[in-house]
Design a protein around this ligand. Structure first.
Ligand SMILES: C[S@@+](CC[C@H](N)C(=O)[O-])C[C@H]1O[C@@H](n2cnc3c(N)ncnc32)[C@H](O)[C@@H]1O
Length: 206
């Protein structure tokens, strides 16, 4: 009961605040600079990417209605068309090879069945389509922090709606048959060390 209240009434507002640190907003701008035409964003959240899009059409896929509610006002003020779809990335309601761009910003940490979601993204992307992503990830060069990420992930999942601190997103993408057009790691200095390591990439189907 209390947990449900937290998830529905408190967590969406927390999310809306913590996801807009200066380096996260800078990363959003950098990622979306190269997204044109039409795009699908998975895990649209509270719409914090909206100011950075230069698209004509956006499909905002967000399964959590309590979270999407906070995006609605911003959606109304966008100069392009936004269509909300309440669905999960594990089962994308699109035809094979049909989408030009898919965007994920700090969503892959929270998807319960990430392999399945990546298989779906692979299925619906056009052969020349691009998945653009920025995610917080597992450390690969600091054993102490990597261990801490493993220890804290079960707690993080409870307080942050299923978020894993310890996912190796680069490996997930390689295993899902994507090739990298661009990739780099950086640290979001203003965040706690355990969630600071970021991975930005643009990938296409092999
Ligand atoms: C940490 S938030 C990030 C929100 C937003 N992408 C941003 O950059 O601010 C993770 C988001 O992923 C969504 N999410 C969780 N599981 C999902 C799934 N299986 N498919 C699609 N989105 C999912 C959550 O509802 C939440 O909006």
């Amino acid at each position: 009961m209390i947990y449900k209240f937290y998830q529905q009434r408190i967590f969406p507002h927390l999310l809306n605040q913590v996801m807009k640190t200066p380096s996260m907003m800078q990363a959003r701008a950098e990622l979306l600079r190269k997204v044109h035409g039409s795009a699908l964003e998975i895990g649209f959240g509270t719409g914090l990417n909206l100011p950075f899009y230069q698209v004509e059409q956006l499909i905002a896929l967000e399964p959590n209605a309590d979270i999407y509610q906070l995006a609605q006002k911003n959606v109304l003020n966008t100069p392009f068309h936004v269509q909300h779809i309440q669905a999960s990335a594990e089962k994308l309601p699109f035809a094979d090879n049909s989408l030009d761009n898919i965007v994920s910003t700090w969503t892959m940490c929270s998807i319960a069945h990430l392999e399945q979601a990546l298989a779906e993204i692979h299925r619906v992307l056009k052969p020349e389509g691009t998945l653009h992503l920025v995610e917080h990830v597992q450390y690969h060069d600091n054993e102490k922090l990597k261990k801490l990420q493993n220890i804290l992930t079960p707690v993080q999942k409870v307080i942050a709606d299923g978020c894993h601190l310890n996912r190796n997103i680069e490996l997930y993408l390689s295993n899902a048959n994507f090739k990298f057009l661009e990739k780099y790691y950086f640290d979001a200095e203003e965040l706690p060390k355990v969630g600071r390591r970021m991975f930005m990439a643009r990938v296409q189907k092999v």
